[in-house]
Write a protein that binds this ligand. Structure first.
Ligand code: NAD
Ligand code: UD1
Length: 352
């Protein structure tokens, strides 16, 4: 068996894809997920996909005693920390819920991991840490200046991790991965984005319109300073993202970084507008997508685009998949999820 890696949030959208790639690379994932935003059936689908039995602890990362027990029972060489709340709007309404789960949870988790012997920590960060910047592409040397509570939790967690690993005698090394806009699904269609609440992101909303759960897509403004006036984003395939975690972890465990803490962007370096995403879905589905033009969404920026060169240099990673891949895999996953009744009103329907 390969090295054991603790994966918090390993039943969530991105975490489940990370688990698959860890298994493919010969690591043994140990999943901690309290199911606050995931279905238990993800575990069965992951076992089917990876053809192996997986360890899952239904534990909250704020529960110190339970985490200590997990690491005593299954000592782990690495930690990939994805568990967090992630809705920007909700974080403005309920900031303390976000600071408690994301920041307090990370402090407890990092402390338990370091006391258990340490190792490599790969942390899920976000392009949100750059805040409302108008210069593109974004690179890691730019200031961290988040402009909402969710983004602040990510910036704080990066700082906490950096301080931990730079403390005298620390046994842990840290790496923060700043995701741009994750999209797509595994091409097996066994796992994918499965929002519990009403989604806010473009891809899951387009899917809801396409399957008739929503009447129309509202395009949030077409008067931005972009080629077609709609918002432009650096969408990155979730499998590319997951593979980057494994490459980063390997490098970290091999001591391949000059610094004890490093932050890397994960994006493709190519950005697409809302209209380009919609057209790609229409091509995939072979039918038009109902859409209306609305006002700008508050807090939105015109463009988000990564400079991905640092990740290429540090871990040898570049994205391999493009927008048509993301759209095709999302659409295939949507078909499977509907077939299993995952998105029926009755939430109890289980996937095979
Ligand atoms: P997700 O909600 O699908 O996954 C998060 C998982 O963590 C869920 O399965 C949830 O049940 C679990 N979780 C949450 N709080 C927990 C706690 N206290 N204890 C144990 N488990 C807990 O979200 P995702 O899209 O997979 O995001 C994963 C990570 O990536 C998050 O840290 C998120 O902030 C970050 N991120 C996501 C995006 C995105 O667009 N999806 C973009 C940038 C960064
Ligand atoms: C959002 C989140 C951010 C998160 C990122 C990736 C907000 C304010 N920000 O940012 O925290 O890191 O997703 O998951 O929630 N759009 C429409 N109509 C819609 C939905 C979106 O036109 O119904 C447009 C948006 O204006 C934007 C683009 O689609 O131009 C992408 O939107 P979205 O998927 O929400 O991503 P971000 O805005 O980058």
């Amino acid at each position: 068996m390969g090295k054991k890696i603790l994966v918090t949030g390993g039943l969530g959208y991105i975490g489940s894809h990370v688990v698959v790639e860890l298994c493919a690379a010969g690591y043994e994932p140990v999943i901690v997920d309290n199911l606050s935003n995931a279905r238990a059936s993800v575990l069965e689908r992951l076992e089917r996909l990876t053809q192996q039995s997986l360890t899952h602890y239904d534990v909250d990362i704020r529960n110190r005693a339970a985490l200590e027990t997990v690491l005593e029972r299954t000592p782990c060489a690495g930690l990939i920390h994805l568990a967090a709340f992630k809705a920007v709007g909700e974080s403005v309404e309920a900031p303390l819920k976000y600071y408690d789960n994301n920041v307090a949870g990370s402090v407890t988790l990092f402390d338990v991991f370091e006391r258990a012997g340490g190792g490599g920590i790969v942390f899920s960060s976000s392009a949100m840490v750059y805040g409302d910047v108008k210069v593109f592409p974004l690179h890691e040397g730019m200031p961290v200046q988040p402009n909402n509570p969710y983004g602040s939790t990510k910036a704080m967690m990066e700082q906490i991790l950096a301080d931990l690993v730079n403390a005298p005698g620390a046994k842990t090394l840290g790496l923060s991965l700043r995701y741009f806009n994750p999209a797509g699904a595994h091409d097996s269609a066994l796992i994918g984005e499965d929002p519990k609440d009403r989604p806010n992101n473009l891809f899951p909303i387009v899917v809801q319109v396409a399957v008739g759960q929503r009447e129309t897509l509202t395009i949030f403004g077409d008067d931005y300073d972009t080629p077609d006036g709609t918002g432009v984003r650096d969408y990155i395939h979730v499998v590319d993202l997951a593979q980057a975690h494994v490459m980063a972890l390997r490098e970290l465990l091999n001591g391949g970084f000059e610094q004890r803490f490093t932050a890397l962007n994960l994006g493709t370096g190519t950005a697409y507008s809302v209209r380009e995403v919609v057209s790609a879905f229409e091509r995939e589905m072979g039918q038009p997508l109902p859409q209306t033009l609305g006002a700008r969404r508050s807090g939105d920026v015109a463009t988000l685009l990564a400079d991905p060169r640092a990740a290429a240099q540090a871990i040898g990673w570049t994205a391999q998949r493009d927008l048509p891949d993301m759209v095709r895999d999302t659409w295939r996953w949507a078909g499977a999820a509907r077939q299993w009744g995952l998105w029926d009103d009755d939430d109890s329907a289980a996937a095979p």
